[in-house]
Every structure is written in structure tokens, then in C-alpha cells.
Design a protein around this ligand. Structure first.
Ligand code: 5GP
Length: 189
């Protein structure tokens, strides 16, 4: 998506060889017109699939997942980051390490909203090592729902996450792929 590449080149901040700060576009501030365009692009790419729901993880995935859900005319479901130790028998939970925060969090989805009748499109902001994505994929599998694929805004293809998930036979569509951040320069693939 050329428009997104231009915006990343203008507005992203390279923190080091592994991390790109995208607060101006994805992780703090959101541009509604750009976000709606991203949602329509995901909807186009998955137009052949019988999607019943778009799913993401709070919080940065929500705006673009909402845009995709609107374009597909289906509900948006977001996995919540769990803040209680009390077990909920009606929820599916997974523990995921956070790439940027260096902590572990539990994510949960209520069984009520994800069932074997669903075919879901999983949208997320950035994929690095793939831990967050793998956590939600496990929840989707345990629910019995079908996974049409993943729509990712920024794939950092120099990290292993997207590759290992594709090797599992899961479709991933990325709007931009970044092959390297070395030398303070963003190189798209
Ligand atoms: P993963 O679990 O794939 O290693 O990391 C995924 C999550 O970590 C993303 O949803 C994103 O919030 C955060 N993340 C990973 N790499 C970056 C990065 O380079 N920049 C920012 N801003 N967030 C990142």
C-alpha cells in the first residue's frame, strides 16, 4: 500500500535496528481516513472468504480492525487484556509475552462471542516475533471458529513471526513489509 509507505517514511521514528515507533499513525494517534483505507484494503483482499467477524487484540489493533469490520459489514470482536486473576469459565484465555513492554499479559475472549459457526479475519497493527498473534490464534482454534487469515498493517519481515505462522499454513496479508531498519533506514520489501 503505497500511501502507507509514504506516511511511514514521513512519520515513523526508528528506535533501533528492531523497533519502529509508529505512534503518529497506529499506536497513539490515528488518522481516520488512512485507517478507513486500510480497512477497505483488507476487506478487498479477503472478499472471497465468508467472514462472520473481525477479531483483534486491544488496544492498537482496534481502529483498523473496526475499519475492516465496517467494510465487511460484520461485528468487531477484540480480545481483552485480562486484569484479574479470577478464572472465568466462560472465557478463553492465553498468556502472551509483549515484544515492546517486556512483560507477560493474559488475553481473553468470551466464549459467547466466538463459536464454531464463525469464520474470522484477524487484524493486527504490527507483527514482530508473532507471540501476540499466536496467542489469539490459539484462542480461535480452541473456540472451534475457522480462521480465514491475518491482516497485518506492518509486517517486520526480518523477525520470525509472520514466516513461522505462514509455515503453519495460515494466510497472512500485510499492507507493508519492512525488511530492515538497519543503519537508521527503513527498507520496504
Ligand atoms: P510480537 O508478539 O509479534 O512480537 O509483537 C506484536 C506486538 O508488539 C504488536 O502488536 C505491537 O504492539 C508491538 N510491537 C512489535 N514490534 C513493534 C515495533 O517495532 N514498534 C511498535 N510500535 N510496536 C511493536
Amino acid at each position: 500500500m503505497e500511501l502507507l509507505k509514504e506516511r511511514i517514511l514521513r512519520e515513523a521514528v526508528i528506535i533501533n535496528d528492531d523497533v519502529l515507533k509508529l505512534d503518529a499513525l497506529l499506536n497513539h494517534q490515528v488518522d481516520p481516513l488512512l485507517t478507513m483505507e486500510m480497512g477497505r484494503e483488507f476487506a478487498r483482499r479477503f472478499a472471497e472468504d465468508p467472514i462472520t467477524k473481525v477479531i483483534t487484540v486491544e488496544s492498537s489493533g482496534i481502529p483498523v480492525a473496526f475499519a475492516a469490520a465496517l467494510a465487511l459489514n460484520v461485528p468487531l470482536l477484540f480480545a481483552r487484556r485480562k486484569k484479574t486473576l479470577i478464572a472465568d469459565p466462560d472465557a478463553l484465555c492465553e498468556r502472551v509475552p509483549s515484544f515492546t513492554k517486556g512483560i507477560v499479559t493474559d488475553i481473553m475472549v468470551s466464549k459467547q462471542f466466538l463459536t464454531e459457526d464463525d469464520t474470522v479475519l484477524f487484524i493486527d497493527d504490527i507483527i514482530a516475533n508473532g507471540d501476540a498473534a499466536r496467542g489469539l490464534i490459539k484462542i480461535i482454534e480452541r473456540s472451534g471458529a475457522k480462521l480465514a487469515g491475518l491482516g497485518i498493517v506492518v509486517e517486520k519481515s526480518f523477525q520470525a513471526g509472520a514466516r513461522t505462522i505462514r509455515e503453519q499454513g495460515i494466510r497472512i496479508e500485510s499492507l507493508v513489509r519492512i525488511g530492515s531498519l538497519e543503519g537508521g533506514k527503513i527498507r520496504f520489501e
